[in-house]
Design a protein around this ligand. Structure first.
Ligand code: CA
Length: 388
């Protein structure tokens, strides 16, 4: 038996305790909790059928009382001196897997700064925000089957793109491969109809970092009138650690004023706006720091909107915020915005850059305020681009 140690200032202290799925060489996938630089094997220490699983879905489906109970048990365990050494693995010794079996995946467009910037870039001759934008969180259905865990290689997609001054498109590898830095939310307890904003925490288990890889040339040609398709569906990366909503109480803030006031089903008694700071590293260099606190629509509003028509939900449903962009240039969460459609390149590795080249690695990090001055780390979501 041993006592676990965590360094002062760790973003994976006792107030965080995010869940993931890991394996060690020659062993099966199983659920673990990150504490400091270690992964604690929950199936070996706590037991329970819902924890002896290769994904978090069965545990997430149990509901908030079970989430609170397991979190209490894990807290007690990591603070005790009774942890079985065989159940503790250094973070460098494990392989991390996709933590959830993704049911459906919906991606929103909830940043006013991002939507305004993209409107100006894609439709320079009209109002940047569509008339619906401040009345509902705009979103589209993405592809659940190509959600991959951080570290998975990202192959450059092929597709059609417009050729200037020609009516016929050409086909080939995307030449405008981009990122979108986002926050994603995972449904634990489904419903057979609407989930009101007040019931958000009864249904949503936790949050992950998301990189919604985007091929802008494919997207620009295909997206009218039905929205993104192949420009997005080739890969969406998520972080391996799911930060429980229970760890984010101190990150709750009041969101931006919503004017006009949204319809009653989108109103919140207390906002689920969250103060999460992201950073985007391009080949190691921080090029942007998108603030989730600046998002117009909250995740509770997104889920309420997704279900208000009566659509059922499922355990493992993932919905993401859309690109997070703040008001400043160095707060933009996509390179098309950061470089203003290639007009204002950024310098990476001493060279002017706009879109991704083969071999580039993108790492998106995130953290939020926790109790007693602590930080709640989301870890990171990373991916390296390879040729198509
Ligand atoms: Ca997106």
């Amino acid at each position: 038996m041993t006592r676990l140690h965590v360094s002062a200032g760790s973003e994976f202290g006792v107030h965080n305790l995010p869940y993931g799925v890991f394996s060690t060489e020659g062993t099966a996938r199983r659920i673990g909790v990150r504490f400091g630089d270690a992964v604690v094997d929950l199936s070996a220490t706590l037991g329970g059928d819902d924890l002896a699983q290769p994904t978090l879905n069965a545990f997430m489906a149990q509901g908030r009382d079970r989430w609170i109970e397991v979190r209490r048990q894990v807290t007690e365990l990591v603070l005790s001196d009774e942890v079985d050494e065989g159940s503790v693995h250094p973070i460098d010794s494990v392989t991390l897997h996709l933590p959830i079996e993704v049911a459906d995946y919906v991606d929103f467009y909830a940043s006013e700064h991002h939507a305004t910037n993209l409107g100006r870039l894609f439709r320079p001759d009209s109002e940047p925000l569509m008339p619906n934008w401040k009345h509902l969180p705009v979103g589209y259905h993405g592809r659940a089957g190509t959600v991959v865990v951080s570290g998975s290689p990202i192959r450059r997609p092929n597709g059609q793109r417009r050729v200037p001054d020609r009516s016929e498109p050409e086909f080939g590898p995307s030449q405008r491969l981009d990122i979108e830095a986002e926050l994603g939310f995972v449904v634990g307890v489904p419903a057979d109809g609407p989930i009101g904003t007040d019931d958000f925490a009864e249904h949503v288990f936790g949050a992950v970092l998301v990189n919604d890889w985007s091929a802008r040339d494919i997207q620009a040609w295909e997206y009218v009138p039905l929205g993104p398709h192949l420009g997005k569906s080739f890969a969406t990366s998520i972080s391996p650690w799911v930060v429980p909503l229970l760890a984010l109480e101190d990150a709750r803030i009041t969101g931006p004023v919503q004017d006009p006031e949204p319809l009653p089903y989108l109103r919140e008694r207390r906002s689920w706006a969250l103060d999460v700071d992201l950073a985007v590293r391009w080949n190691g260099q921080v090029v942007s720091r998108p603030p989730y606190s600046s998002m117009y629509w909250s995740p509770a509003q997104m889920l309420a909107h997704t279900t208000v028509n009566g659509a059922t939900s499922r355990t493992g449903d993932l919905f993401a915020s859309g690109t997070i962009s703040g008001p400043e240039r160095d707060q933009r969460g996509a390179f098309i915005e950061l470089t203003w459609g290639e007009a204002e390149p950024v310098v990476v590795d001493g060279r002017e850059r706009t879109f991704l080249e083969d071999g580039d690695e993108i790492v998106i990090e995130g953290s939020a305020p926790g109790p007693d001055g602590s930080r709640i780390g989301f870890g990171d979501v990373r991916g390296r681009v390879s040729g198509g």
